[in-house]
Design a protein around this ligand. Structure first.
Ligand code: 5AD
Length: 355
């Protein structure tokens, strides 16, 4: 099969995905062009924003790669108080971005669960049309159900790696980090009726291109509506702070992953992650050109930003006004794309599945 025939395929197996991910420089240009064409055809050259609120860095998990892991005792912990959280919601609503994403370290206490409910009720009372994504880790099906009823309609839970062996190389092997439980949580999220998102990190220690290809098949078979993935960036104070990358260019491999995911899953939402921007200037713009269509400007209060330290050099763009949020998005939008405000930008894939 020629490379072009692979790009034009209707069915993708592992071998084809590996071939695409390992393509040479001239094939890489074809890969990007194909992803861009598919993006324009299925969802249009459109980008939507999700105003990101980093609610808390308190986390019960101890993932080896992550700066907010529970045994990082150097880190000052916080939970935004209701006043700060609500003013971040207000700021997002005023900006007209029309979607917010509430992200937090994993907590399962009743007070945390009720706090999320309170914020959902508040956000919906201020703007009944606001789209809300939650990214608050593994919860019981009842909790997912409750948050859905309070108005959250999208949930992002990254599998981090769909390869069970690699999963346990990057997480402690214990009940708090159970691979099967994570899979089960994703099933619950789907069953409850959320637009379901997952994703992985690219460039984890000892990760192979074959595993990345399997990650794509995993996401396709789960029939996800949204994908959030990005490069792994070593973080000081974690067991992986000095880890060596398995790929010589993790940034470029991340762009390849976005392009291949777009080619395989034509109408899902794909995030141009903060991590990819951290790795290289204009990373987000390049991610959009490779097939991504979602950006997530951070609207968390300035004073807590530096504590949500997932990885080194995470950017800290200060937000002072609704206009500032929009401007910070516009600088990442490539020529030929439109940044939409006043419209939620639900996953087209989710809509067409449910029609
Ligand atoms: N590099 C890149 N991404 C990371 N995440 C956590 N730690 C890192 C890191 N060192 C990602 C994980 C997690 C999300 C909140 O951030 O994928 O799901």
């Amino acid at each position: 099969m020629t490379f072009k025939q692979i790009l034009d395929s209707h069915n993708f197996d592992k071998e084809k995905l590996v071939r695409m991910l390992k393509c040479n420089n001239s094939e890489y240009q074809q890969l990007l062009e194909k992803a861009h064409k598919i993006q324009c055809k299925y969802i249009g050259p459109n980008v939507y924003g999700r105003a990101l609120i980093e609610l808390s860095n308190i986390c019960k998990k101890d993932c080896f790669y992550c700066g907010i892991r529970s045994s990082n005792y150097q880190l000052k912990r916080y939970l935004l108080n209701p006043e700060d959280a609500k003013s971040a919601i207000d700021l997002a609503i005023e900006s007209d971005i029309s979607s917010i994403a509430i992200q937090s370290g994993e907590q399962t206490s009743k007070s945390f669960i009720d706090y999320i409910s309170e914020l959902l009720i508040y956000a919906k009372s201020q703007d009944p049309n606001i789209g809300i994504t939650l990214s608050c880790g593994e919860q019981t099906k009842e909790v997912y159900q409750k948050w859905f009823e309070y108005g959250a309609e999208r949930y992002l839970l990254r599998i981090e790696s769909s390869d069970e062996q690699l999963y346990y190389q990057i997480h402690p092997n214990n009940a708090t980090h159970d691979f099967k439980k994570r899979l089960q949580s994703l099933q619950y999220i789907k069953e409850v009726g959320y637009q379901t998102g997952t994703g992985i990190m690219i460039g984890l220690p000892n990760q192979s291109v074959e595993q990345l290809a399997n990650d794509i098949l995993f996401m396709r078979d789960l029939d996800i509506d949204m994908c959030g993935m990005g490069p792994f960036i070593p973080c000081s104070g974690t067991p992986f702070e000095n880890s060596i990358s398995p790929f010589n260019d993790v940034f470029n491999m991340s762009l390849r992953m976005i392009a291949v995911v777009r080619i395989v899953m034509k109408d899902i939402n794909i995030v141009a992650s903060t991590a990819i921007e951290t790795m290289k200037k204009n990373g987000r713009k390049k991610a959009i050109l490779a097939g991504a269509n979602i950006i997530m400007p951070n609207v968390s209060p300035d004073s807590f930003r530096s504590y949500y330290a997932l990885y080194n050099n995470k950017p800290n763009v200060k937000i002072s006004s609704p206009k500032h949020i929009i401007d910070s998005c516009l600088k990442d939008i490539p020529v030929g794309f439109t940044f939409f405000v006043g419209e939620k930008g639900n996953s087209k894939h989710f809509k067409s599945k449910n029609n």
